[in-house]
Ligand binder design. Structure first.
Ligand code: NAP
Length: 252
């Protein structure tokens, strides 16, 4: 296959969680542009994302990943719409900020549930489907700078995203023999709802910008290349990595 053809996703079916906004929306658009049809799962309606994509390439699924039944529901609805699945992007995630002495058990449990437990259960459901279908598959987990660093005032987020990086390697080890690649993308500081609080804080915003070698916050479109690469045949021998897309933040 010619090198650029290896990046094409024609005929492929992708699930993207957290598809209604932010990075998930950007990755839905990139995957669809490369040719994939996308099942976009979100707890709110995906009208904004649907408006960006050709109608035949997008199906919305309403699901709340704090509900233990959601991973199975997302897989079932994807199969009902498209008959198979080839790519899973575990993007949905939440963050809670508070000084350590005041951090609540609720803020621990809620974040771990969505960012790590649901990610595992949906990956497991997708892996079972990939194995039943034959022909391999791709799982892309959305990690964070806090898969590598400690961060501050975000203990459950750091624990969950460090867990995502470890789990990515673990699942990659088990699934690589079956032609299934599991990798992660670690976005740097990106303009989405997730960082609205940080960007609104003038002092933190200036500190963050000063430390990003690229000199700007990232955007959802900045993840498109990494996402399509890890979803495509071009990355068939890439397994278990967490790829930073961070404007150079980690190298600083
Ligand atoms: P965002 O705009 O807040 O989007 C998060 C997405 O996850 C939304 O679609 C949200 O749905 C969905 N979600 C949250 N809880 C859910 C649940 N219980 N069930 C189903 N969906 C749920 O933030 P984002 O920046 O695009 O974040 C996407 C991913 O990137 C997250 O995993 C985040 O941790 C990670 N990340 C972001 C940055 C950054 O700088 N922005 C950096 C590193 C990593 P609702 O809209 O309904 O809440």
């Amino acid at each position: 296959m010619q090198i650029l053809d290896q990046f094409r996703l024609d005929g492929k079916i992708a699930i993207v969680t957290g598809a209604n906004t932010g990075l998930g929306q950007g990755m839905c658009a990139a995957l669809a542009e490369a040719g994939a049809r996308v099942a976009g799962a979100a707890r709110r309606d995906c009208a904004e994302t649907a408006a960006l994509l050709p109608p035949e390439q997008f199906v919305p699924i309403l699901a709340d990943l704090s509900d233990p039944g959601a991973p199975a529901q997302i897989l079932l609805e994807t199969l009902a719409a498209f008959g198979r699945v080839d790519i899973l992007v575990n993007n949905a995630g939440i963050i809670r900020r508070s000084d350590l002495p005041d951090f609540t058990e609720r803020d621990w449990d809620d974040v771990l549930q969505v960012n790590l437990k649901a990610l595992f259960l949906l990956s497991q459901a997708a892996a079972r489907q990939f194995l039943a279908q034959g022909g391999g598959g791709k799982i892309i987990n959305i990690a964070s700078m806090l898969s590598f660093q400690g961060g501050i005032r975000v203990p459950s987020y750091t624990a969950s995203k460090s867990g995502v990086r470890g789990l990515t390697m673990e699942m990659a080890n088990e699934l690589a023999p079956h032609g299934i690649q599991v990798n992660a993308i670690a976005p740097g500081y990106m303009v989405t709802n997730n960082t609205a609080q940080l960007r609104a804080d003038e002092k933190r915003n200036a500190e963050i910008l000063a430390r990003i070698p690229a000199g700007r916050w990232g955007t959802p479109a900045d993840l498109g290349g990494a996402c399509v690469f890890l979803a495509s045949a071009a990355s068939d021998y890439v397994s278990g990595v967490t790829l930073p897309v961070d404007g150079g933040w980690l190298g600083r």
